[in-house]
Design a protein around this ligand. Sequence first.
Ligand SMILES: Cc1ncc(C[n+]2csc(CCOP(=O)(O)OP(=O)(O)O)c2C)c(N)n1
Ligand SMILES: [Mg+2]
Length: 592
Amino acid sequence: MPGLAPGMTSLCYENGPEPAENAFMRSNDGTRTGGEILVDQLVVHGVRHVFCVPGESYLAALDAFHGRDVEIIVCRHESAAAIAAEAVGKATGRPGICFVTRGPGVTNASAGIHIARQDSSPMIVFVGQVARGMRDREAFQEVDYRAVFGPLTKWTTEIDDPARIPEIVSRAFHTACNGRPGPVVIALPEDMLTERVTVPDAAAFEPAEVWPGLNDMSRLQKMLWAAKRPVVLVGGSRWSPQACAALARFAERFALPVANTFRRGHLFDAMHPCFAGDLGIGPNPKLLARVRDADLVLLIGGRLSEMPSQSYTLFDIPEPQTKLVHVHPGAEELGRVYHAHLAINASPTAFCSALEGLQPPNEIPWRGESDAAHADYLAFSEQATPVPGDVNLGEVMIWLRDNLPEDAILTQGAGNFSGWVHRFYRVRRFGGLVGATSGSMGYGLPAALAMQVLHRDRTVICVAGDGDFLMTGQDFATAVQYGLPLIVILADNGIYGTIRMHQEREYPGRVIATDLHNPDFVAYAQAFGGFGISVEKTSDFPAAFAAARQSGKPAIIRLRIDPEAITPTATLAGIRAKALAGASGPSGTHRS
Ligand SMILES: Cc1ncc(C[n+]2csc(CCOP(=O)(O)OP(=O)(O)O)c2C)c(N)n1
Ligand SMILES: [Mg+2]
């Protein structure tokens, strides 16, 4: 049958009997419902997992999953379903898929859509819509999707004609992945999903690679040969294990220091001799100085947005004072903020493979700099800093980095607790750290769910804050329901710490709306059918971790963190005292 991927069988059944399990619903007259056509396109494009919260608006699509080799993970909240789908997109480079109902369903999912946008992750959200004949009456849960989600997505559309499903879904997969990846929303009018038509499937999609030109690479070679203190910054999406390996070889051959940008620590092995550290929130001052002093910055894949650019202070805008080579798969990102000296429109995968063709100068003037940068990184991350309280999150991160398998996957949400992850945990593998560069609280648990669904045999750890965890904590039930033995390490300090920190700095002593009265997280885990344990002092962590592993259940290890331990190097009292001493009113700079 035309349009089917190799190895796929006909999904239209005009040539033979239906599989027994579908005999109930699927017709044998060559027609398919909109719902069936839709699900068949997902199969054609290689989808293996779908995250959803059901809704009556898309029952016909749900029903069509019967007998299809696609795992449906039903979640408790659409924000979790959407974040899990985004995490699949982030980890695999192919669109994560989420199905939600109209109105309240998709608005709940909007956090995940926003993350996919900011983090450049491919994702497709299918959402129910009122029947075509009711549109524009503000019918039950009706939303004008194009108006609401247009600016948040790469493309938002609605399918009116089931015969166009193969075309539109194919376009959605290409749009989500090509150039700078991002989210697509497709609305599905309820009656469209039950209408029967005869239409062939589309062919399986493959993202279009964006190759650098020979001229780009030779200009880069010249710039490298003229450089005295170059550094490499990596970020963004469209990477692969092969691209990371090619980059590591390039860094070795050229003795280049390589730093990752905010929450992209998985792109370069932290123990590689060229690794210079994490350029995010609270970076090593020596790394910052190194980037500031560089005479050539090769930025691969990232946008050098607010966080890694230290609130856009690192480079002058639009003309950076340092020679900047910006490599990005989305042409529209080149020159958007920084006018690079050399802008290369290429995906990291293609660009890193082209790096193999560059030759280092015979005498590398900066030789020794990568070793020095790596030594700076090791010194900064080697030992936990002393903090108030009996549990030191830095020690916990160091224990994890020393004891977790190299292929462990850490996920994280947003909050000050994540500062300890970035500073002390060492990511060794591509995909080993999954976080939201958009700083979306609640990210860690659904991302961990998704990673454990993709990799049942790997250790998956979610590092969460107390505020952060409860934004999506209900989906701990999903981990229990699907037997996903992820472990949540929950830094419980009884405050929205990040905001308290900003509050004390900007409005010292005027605490408001940042205290949390938390549930008993151990009882919470147990009530959901998981394993829970509380750690009151650092030395108890290894035994707690072993017990969590031993349980074989989804687990929460709750760490009692002193709220004074607000960053690895600052206390709340210290921040307040400093602000009171120099009290000059709010500075207007906020980061979370
Ligand atoms: C969805 C969302 N809502 C609000 C914020 C603003 N915000 C950033 S960090 C933070 C507090 C995080 O608290 P917690 O998870 O307890 O971590 P802590 O800072 O205490 O370590 C808040 C409210 C955000 N980033 N994301
Ligand atoms: Mg907290």
